[in-house]
Design a protein around this ligand. Structure first.
Ligand code: UT7
Length: 326
């Protein structure tokens, strides 16, 4: 079996910044509440005409450029998203068209905030078994489209963005050395976007009154999140035949800085080893880890030979972790 690694990363963040002070003018909230309860100071919001697929294309181009990979040579495109431009065509097909990646197979994965790691693990199998020579994995979200801007419980938490990476065989003992994917459907009601068109067709009349907003039971989700992320790290590290003390850097999903701190405390991992950028972007769902990984590399928090853990949880509930030897 080939070792498969992340040979480049890319990123795109919309220009528009929405600060906590801006939100103070929109709902009954305060910078102090948002900062102390979540760690978020600001987030990016895509413009109305800036579609999810456009964010994905920017991040993809960045990753391909850094990998010196011609789009015409890309063999597989997997996009993790829960906020696609439309039900179909998939975002991955829109990206394939925009890149001119004519040779590539393309599909989307919907695993909410765990989407990037689900996509990474899925795409890795295809490269590992030799079906494809490389894969472009993108996590892209225009999640703020699903947010009710009058609901202070949720609107302060989310932001838009995209991250991408290129997977290819790597030499030596490097690469993605352990994978763990998990699902707990019994907790599905803790975070939902309900569209009841599976029961009754969505008529034009219903469409006018019904906006499929994101609803969340934050407190309950918090507890499950801490336990699932801590379990996922332990299992993935064990699968990699490593100890927690061998881990140089953890890149977690950025939903709440208090969740990240609780996971660090539970696993007895020093917070300095954990990469956090939630203050700048909030929760970008699937894109959070992809963007955090990009920034951790840029800031040299991840160096050649390091053992890196990527870990996440999200609506579903789904959790996942990967160990990557850089
Ligand atoms: O990617 C996965 C998705 N999401 C998550 O992982 C989220 C997990 N949960 C959380 O991060 C936290 O539970 C929240 C940040 C969502 C909420 O923090 P909390 O410490 O659990 O607060 P709470 O829900 O217990 O609310 C405490 C109070 C309530 O007021 P009362 O009932 O005590 O009077 C809320 O109404 O804070 C109030 N509150 C706010 N106040 C000011 C809720 N949102 C806000 C707000 N500004 N934006």
């Amino acid at each position: 079996m080939k070792n498969v690694g992340i040979i480049s990363v890319g990123c795109y963040l919309p220009k528009r910044v929405l600060t906590n002070f801006d939100l103070e003018k929109m709902v009954d909230t305060s910078d102090e509440w948002i900062t102390t309860r979540t760690g978020i100071k600001e987030r990016r919001i895509a413009n109305k005409d800036e579609r999810n697929s456009a964010l994905a294309v920017h991040a993809a181009k960045d990753a391909l450029k850094r990998a010196h990979l011609d789009p015409a040579k890309v063999e597989l495109i997997v996009v993790a998203t829960i906020s696609p431009d439309s039900n179909f065509p998939s975002v991955s097909c829109l990206v394939q068209k925009a890149l001119g990646a004519k040779k590539a197979a393309a599909f989307d994965i919907g695993a909410a905030c765990s989407g990037f790691l689900y996509a990474l693990t899925t795409a890795k199998q295809y490269v590992q078994n030799g079906l494809y020579k490389n894969a472009l994995v993108i996590a892209s979200e225009k999640i703020t489209n699903l947010v009710d801007w009058a609901d202070r419980n949720t609107c302060v938490l989310f932001g838009d963005g995209a991250g991408a990476c290129v997977l290819a065989p790597v030499a030596g003992n490097r690469g993605i050395i352990a994978d763990y994917l998990h699902a707990q459907g019994e907790f599905g009601e803790l975070m939902e976007v309900v569209v009841d068109n599976s029961v009754e067709p969505l008529t034009q009349e219903k469409h006018k009154v019904h906006k499929p907003y994101l609803v969340m039971q934050g407190k309950e989700l918090f507890k499950v999140a801490v336990n699932s992320m801590a379990d996922a790290v332990e299992i993935a590290v064990q699968k990699a035949k490593l100890k927690l003390s061998d881990i140089d850097c953890v890149v977690p999903h950025q939903a709440n800085d208090r969740i990240i701190s609780a996971v660090a405390w539970k696993l007895n991992i020093p917070k300095e080893k954990i990469f956090v950028n939630i203050d700048k972007y909030g929760n970008m769902s699937a894109a959070s880890i992809a963007v955090a990984l990009y920034e951790a590399i840029e800031q040299k928090k991840i160096k050649r030979g390091n053992n890196v853990v990527l870990v996440t949880f999200g609506a579903g509930l789904v959790s996942a972790a990967n160990v990557v030897r850089w």
